[in-house]
Design a protein around this ligand. Structure first.
Ligand SMILES: *[C@@H]1O[C@H](CO)[C@@H](O)[C@H](O)[C@H]1NC(C)=O
Ligand SMILES: *[C@@H]1O[C@H](CO)[C@@H](O)[C@H](O)[C@H]1NC(C)=O
Length: 378
């Protein structure tokens, strides 16, 4: 691998001034030799660094310490960048774990907090609640139960986005992690005729994921459309478990159920409070929680409300309907993430493409921020 790394270094080296000179030119050849020598010395250090990150146990202590945040060492930036790429590539196939920790699990609460504050718009209740309950659950010394959260709200209010932020901050590979499984009802379980097959598949997938990973995340999108048979199967996974020894206690599982159930009640309550002169940010869980939960429990048009699953939900989390200025923020983020230039008028134009309801006031975007990012191309 040594020569390979050397080659890699040379390939990735930014072209120096030498490139302008004809081959065989003496000063040019000398410089090339010097460059090769430097590259060789670099590649030795490079290799030491790489193996430290990947096999920390073979690493001397001082090296290991330096390897932890490999930022301040003396390799030039381009070499550091290629090391990062190589390490990421290697760790993609192997688990680069330190001190027995499962490095697929990152649990970056600082990142989660900042993402929920900066990248999610108009959801102060969600930001606060999700961060708190997820962090409390994962930091508990013992867990005798999975954490079950139910996200409610109209389309485009950020339910999927928050699920994605959780996956990205809790797992190195985000939604692609072996520890994370996401199901979309109409996609994974489209036909009620095959519910027995789905059950078997879902059960074995949950089991396998939990066996290979001590901290798992299961996301059910369009939970209101889940077949009663599947809901029934999930119930026992959410229940409090009688102590099953050490393994059960170190196991953590988070189940997220995303649905638009209760969206109308949320809109109704929020609209009422705004009319009474409250500001959006003054709205608390006391205003929304009980109404929302009651609404879900009594909803009969979906199996979800009547299922065993609903009784095991730890928190019902309301996503508020989004207003014009939130849609503008989504539009701004979409432009920024695609490196596109934009003007204030562009943001207004995008925000104006959405329809606003309900009848009284036209305050809320009917589709939230849905497909705003696709519209930046127009
Ligand atoms: C999972 O937890 C068990 C029990 O504590 C532990 O022995 C095992 O090493 C953990 N597995 C991983 C991948 O962290
Ligand atoms: C956590 O996330 C933040 C923001 O994304 C990032 O700057 C930081 O490096 C992450 N920390 C770790 C330990 O990965």
């Amino acid at each position: 691998l040594g020569p390979l790394l050397l080659l890699l270094l040379l390939l990735l080296a930014p072209p120096g001034r030498e490139a302008d000179e004809a081959p065989g030119d003496w000063p040019g050849a000398r410089r090339l030799r010097e460059q090769l020598r430097t590259a060789e010395a670099l590649s030795r250090r490079y290799w030491a660094r790489f193996s430290c990150v990947v096999w920390p146990q073979d690493c001397e202590d001082e090296d290991a310490e330096a390897a932890a945040p490999p930022r301040d060492w003396s390799l030039p930036p381009w070499a550091r960048r290629s090391l990062d790429i190589l390490t990421t590539w290697y760790c993609h196939f192997h688990d680069c774990c330190k001190d027995g920790r499962d490095c697929r699990i990152s649990n970056n609460f600082t990142g989660l907090e900042s993402d929920l504050r900066v990248r999610l718009h108009g959801q102060h209740l969600v930001s606060e609640l999700v961060l708190r309950v997820v962090r409390d659950y994962l930091e508990m010394p013992k867990a005798d139960k999975a954490l079950a959260l139910s996200f409610h709200g109209g389309s485009g209010t950020g339910k999927n986005f928050v699920a994605q932020l959780l996956a990205e901050n809790l797992y190195r590979d985000g939604l692609k992690s072996d520890c994370v499984q996401m199901f979309v009802t109409v996609f994974h379980f489209p036909n009620p005729k095959y519910v027995d097959m789905y059950k078997e598949w879902l059960l074995s997938l949950i089991r396998e994921t939990q066996q290979s990973c001590n901290q798992t995340l299961f996301i059910f999108d369009e939970a209101e459309k889940l077949h009663p048979g599947l809901l029934e199967l999930l119930g026992p996974h959410l229940e409090r478990k009688a102590s099953e020894g050490h393994r059960a206690e170190t196991q953590r599982a988070i189940f997220l159920f995303l649905s638009n159930l209760g969206g109308n009640v949320i809109t109704e309550v929020v609209l009422g409070l705004l009319k009474d002169g409250w500001s959006r940010e003054e709205i608390t869980m006391e205003h929304l929680g009980p109404r929302l939960q009651a609404e879900i429990m009594k909803s009969t048009d979906s199996g979800f409300g009547r299922s065993h699953v609903v009784k095991e939900i730890d928190f019902f989390i309301p996503f508020l309907p989004l207003e014009y200025h939130h849609v503008r923020l989504c539009a701004r983020d979409a432009f920024l993430s695609q490196d596109l230039l934009y003007t204030e008028e562009d943001l207004d134009e995008l925000a104006n493409m959405m329809t606003y309801g309900p009848e009284q006031g036209h305050l809320f975007s009917s589709q939230g921020c849905k497909s705003v990012s696709q519209r930046t191309a127009l």
